[in-house]
Design a binder for this molecule. Structure first.
Ligand code: GLY
Ligand code: MN
Ligand code: MN
Length: 430
């Protein structure tokens, strides 16, 4: 792997947390992602399914994890199946996990080759009453593709019609939402790589540069720091492009006087960072741009203070809406009549700030995590308010990633990434 090895204590803890919530006499199976095809013989780069990675650290295609806490034979309580390598694979694809390496990575003692799966699985299913299926219940999921997991579930239902089914996802949503210290370290590293990219861009940006050149600066810096690249498709949006929330073309020239909104984050060891900074192409904000910038920054700072144990995500969004409303009044973008007459289901501030303020972040950029129950220590959220003004030719968003603390304000994983308008101007002109 490109990243430094991760202590397998993390994956052992994660499995224990999952198994502690399983019903008696039940087993759970977790599949890897497919390698997705493009056409002819070309494929997308392999990206491991986050759930099997979270529970085993196995970052190799076709790997299967089986958890069965009540297995009669103790060695079958945790089992990892990996693709058997051979001389041909070694020559064409390179090294794959040996059984000893699979144990080292995952902390799982029992490793079988994938070719043994059907036999072992059938035998263990005869001891089990319930099988946990790993469906995708993420609140934003909209996946049309049939995954390897989906195919497994379909086959299992046919082959074992007398077993009961249960859901892995609610357990994973809950435990993945609260990060272990090893995970916070990895996320801190992802943020540190993002910081390097941003500092490089502060020196690079000038009028006439193309948005894709800015993207290339980030990517170069990410790759040379052991990242596989962007945690999500980057947005490099100059001028009015910033007002297209999911602008990913990144194909325009940055003009003197414009701002560039950059929503970019490095991945590291499959963990995401998610940063947004909005900076002036010329190295200097206009007075109006700075007034709006400072308003967004104040909203970000005040919103961050609300991210404490006990906060309810939906109520937090209402509070942030009030803070944003007061800033928009101050900027003259709203007047008191707009606010008095507002539709409670679509408050006036939404005209300029139409997306959410925070999401869980972790292995997935929009990560799993409880949203309807009170926030807990070691949850990690983004904070990302924005003000989008097409009539004035710019949009501003600022985004950091923060860890909820037991006591007091959250810990900002992006605390070292320049954010004050003055500091950004200094660094761009230094
Ligand atoms: N970069 C995706 C987001 O900010 O949610
Ligand atoms: Mn973002
Ligand atoms: Mn985000």
């Amino acid at each position: 792997m490109r990243y430094n090895s991760i202590p397998n204590s993390l994956f052992k803890k994660n499995r224990q947390k999952f198994m502690a919530q399983m019903q008696p006499k039940s087993l759970a199976v977790f599949n890897s992602n497919d390698i997705y095809p493009v056409s002819a013989d070309s494929t997308m780069p392999f990206r491991q399914h986050r759930d099997i990675f979270y529970l085993s650290g196995a970052d190799q295609e076709e790997t299967l994890l089986l958890l069965f806490p009540d297995a009669l034979d103790e060695k079958h309580r945790e089992v990892l199946f990996v693709r058997e390598t051979n001389d041909h694979i070694a020559v064409w694809e390179g090294a794959k996990l040996t059984k000893a390496q699979a144990t080292e990575v995952s902390g799982i003692a029992t490793i079988y080759w994938l070719s043994d799966f059907n036999k072992v699985f059938f035998d263990l299913m005869t001891e089990a009453n319930v099988i946990y299926f790993n469906t995708n219940e993420h609140y934003r999921q909209a996946v049309e593709t049939q995954t390897r997991e989906d195919r497994f579930i379909e086959k299992c239902k046919k082959d074992f019609p007398a077993h009961q089914w249960a859901k892995s996802n609610p357990i994973l949503q809950q435990i993945r939402g609260i990060k272990e210290s090893e995970e916070l370290n990895l996320m801190q590293q992802a943020c540190a790589i993002t910081e390097k990219g941003f500092r490089r861009v502060l020196r690079f940006l000038q009028p006439g540069v193309w948005e894709y050149e800015v993207e290339a600066e980030y990517l170069h810096e990410f790759l040379r720091n052991r990242s596989k690249g962007f945690a999500y498709t980057p947005i490099i949006a100059s001028g009015n492009n910033a007002n297209v929330l999911h602008y990913i073309e990144n194909n325009q020239q940055c003009q003197d006087g414009d701002l560039v909104l950059m929503d970019v984050g490095a991945e590291y060891a499959n963990y995401s960072s998610d940063m947004t900074r909005t900076i002036p192409v010329s190295g200097r904000f206009t007075e109006r741009q700075k007034a709006v910038y400072d308003a967004v920054l104040r909203v970000k700072n005040e919103a961050t203070q609300l991210l404490v144990p006990g906060t309810i995500w939906a109520e937090y969004h209402k509070e942030v809406g009030k803070i944003m409303t007061s800033e928009l009044l101050g900027l003259g973008l709203l007047d008191s009549a707009d606010v008095q007459n507002e539709d409670p289901n679509w408050p006036a501030y939404k005209k300029y700030f139409m997306h959410g303020t925070s999401h869980h972040i972790g292995l997935d950029t929009h990560d799993y995590g409880a949203l309807k129950t009170p926030m807990q220590p070691n949850m990690v959220f983004t904070v990302e308010p924005g003000i989008y003004i097409p009539d004035e030719g710019f949009g501003i968003r600022i985004e950091d990633d923060v860890v909820i603390q037991e006591n007091g304000a959250p810990f900002n994983l992006m605390r070292n990434i320049p954010i004050e308008a003055e500091e950004i101007e200094e660094l761009m002109n230094g």
